[in-house]
Design a protein around this ligand. Structure first.
Ligand code: C2E
Ligand code: MG
Ligand code: MG
Ligand code: MG
Length: 280
């Protein structure tokens, strides 16, 4: 009898599902097989010194080559991965691949990986990172873990301990998308951080109004107050770069410098960057 009810409700669920919900559950199913099918790859976007424009590091950004739908951006599937728990194996794949690929770049060029809250809270996370570093041979100082402030909202003391432990091994911590969501100045006091990345929505707005320009200025000052280096994300124009630089931003990331590129193109970008600066 229970089986019949379950069966009925299943039928109801299928036929009653909105087009959106059914597309999502299809994507969810495809996502569950994507890792085994080797459908993920990383692109890398340079992060440069605001003064010299020399490349300091690359941020690893995941993409999904869906067999029918083509390349899918992370905003379209990371939330599904988080909701289904798939973020743990996918996130592990990202860290391992980023460490291996960064090993082909000249030292001390670093690599930054985005890490979701669930990964960070997973007890196997730290040993896993250690293992990736050891197996790839990448110096821990070349790895940056990017987290958003949402991770601080659950178990802050556990998070703080993990951050401290990672840093003790040499890994750098960046607070990503700063200024949106759960932003709190207190987080800068409480948690050990190396970098502050100002969300690109501020960058887009900062030359449009005096208030938004001052806001970026204030966040950059906050960074220097708390002794963390600052990166302005989403820089698309020279005036944006110039403003960020003049207000003390340490680093710049954005389409003005380069879009995210395939792993195979990183060396060429590094060569061009070096040649450019040798000439200057
Ligand atoms: P994020 O970590 O803040 O990454 C920066 C995003 O801004 C990237 O989008 C990048 O392509 C985009 N971007 C960079 N410069 C510019 C610019 O000048 N203009 C504009 N309009 N956009 C720019 P992407 O690759 O689509 O990634 C979106 C978000 O997905 C990331 O934001 C990050 O939160 C998440 N994500 C990406 N890869 C991973 C991953 O491996 N794991 C996890 N958990 N999340 C990831
Ligand atoms: Mg990021
Ligand atoms: Mg960001
Ligand atoms: Mg973002």
């Amino acid at each position: 009898k229970a089986k019949q009810i379950a069966g009925n409700s299943h039928v109801f669920y299928e036929t009653g599902m909105s087009a959106e919900a059914s597309a999502r559950s299809e994507l969810e199913y495809d996502l569950s097989r994507a890792l085994d099918r080797n459908e993920f790859f990383l692109e890398y976007q340079p992060i440069v010194c605001s003064e010299t424009r020399m490349i300091k590091a690359f941020e690893a950004l995941i993409r999904w080559r869906h067999p029918q739908k083509g390349v899918i951006a992370p905003d379209q599937f990371i939330s599904i991965a988080e909701a289904t728990g798939l973020i743990l194996p996918i996130g592990n794949w990202v860290i391992r691949t980023a460490c291996e690929e960064a090993m082909r770049w000249p030292s001390p060029i670093g690599v930054a990986v985005n890490v979701a809250g669930d990964q960070f809270r997973d007890p196997t996370f730290l040993p896993y990172v250690r293992d990736c570093l050891r197996q790839s041979g990448l110096a821990p100082e070349r790895l940056t873990v990017e987290v958003t402030e949402s991770i601080f909202s659950v178990d802050p003391s556990i998070i703080s301990d993990s951050l401290t432990e990672l840093r003790a091994e040499g890994v750098k911590i960046a607070l990503d998308d700063f200024g949106i969501g759960f932003s709190s100045i207190n987080n800068l006091r409480r948690f050990p951080l190396d970098h502050l990345k100002i969300d690109r929505s501020f960058t887009a707005a900062m030359l449009g109004s005096k208030r938004d320009a001052e806001l970026v200025d204030i966040i950059l000052k906050l960074g220097s107050t708390f002794d963390v280096s600052t990166t302005v994300e989403g820089v698309e124009t020279e005036p944006q770069l110039e403003y960020a630089r003049s207000r003390g931003a340490n680093a710049i990331q954005g389409f003005l410098i380069s879009r995210p590129v395939a792993a195979g193109d990183v060396s060429a970008i590094l060569d061009r960057n070096r040649v450019h600066h040798a000439k200057a």
